[in-house]
Design a protein around this ligand. Structure first.
Ligand SMILES: CC(C)(COP(=O)(O)OP(=O)(O)OC[C@H]1O[C@@H](n2cnc3c(N)ncnc32)[C@H](O)[C@@H]1OP(=O)(O)O)[C@@H](O)C(=O)NCCC(=O)NCCS
Length: 154
């Protein structure tokens, strides 16, 4: 059974490893070495610890999907911005991403958020389209690794 729980400080290392591994193995082909480095720098254990510590009120909240003690995927919400949806690289295409996305949309609805947005990777664009997200801005930027801004009315 998959359980989705708010991230704890002790989860930071596993979250960091999962995000960095999935980005390199699954998204790596779409990005330059510098962009991969930027991504890794944004997802160090220390950065994640800070994000988890600051997760009060409207600050970014990170949630993890677990099966027993195995971390399957992560997602976060900061105000009405969804971020950091990553599934463990060997478990892609098994419904974990859908579960996490539905969880965060339901969580946002409970907070009376009526519209959410995100920046999709190239890889995830068709996934989000299937889930009802519409492209609202496609801006070519130099060193950003996500430039496909998408939104959904909840
Ligand atoms: C994008 C991602 C989160 C989706 O999670 P997932 O667990 O692999 O997706 P699911 O198994 O829930 O798939 C749900 C549906 O989307 C489809 N789908 C998933 N990824 C897809 C993709 N890249 N392109 C097209 N369709 C995709 C599945 O076929 C499935 O369709 P179905 O319901 O008709 O069978 C996951 O693949 C991932 O972590 N990718 C790498 C990191 C990434 O790019 N994250 C997005 C950051 S913005």
């Amino acid at each position: 059974m998959i359980k989705i729980k708010k991230a704890k400080l002790s989860d930071a290392k596993e979250i960091s490893n999962l995000k960095r591994e999935t980005f390199e193995r699954i998204n790596g082909k779409d990005y330059t070495k510098e962009q991969i480095k930027d991504f890794n720098n944004l997802n160090t254990v220390n950065k994640l610890i800070n994000n988890i510590k600051k997760s009060g009120n409207w600050k970014r909240k990170i949630f993890c999907a677990w099966k027993g003690d195995k971390l399957l995927g992560v997602i976060d919400l900061e105000r009405n911005k969804i971020g950091g949806l990553f599934v463990k690289h060997g478990l892609i295409g098994k419904g974990i991403g859908s579960k996490l996305l539905k969880f965060i949309e339901d969580y946002a609805r409970k907070k009376r958020i009526s519209k959410v947005y995100l920046f999709s990777t190239k890889f995830a664009f068709d996934f989000y389209s299937k889930k009802g997200y519409k492209l609202i801005r496609k801006k070519p930027t130099k060193n950003r690794f996500t430039n496909l801004k998408m939104e959904k009315i909840l």
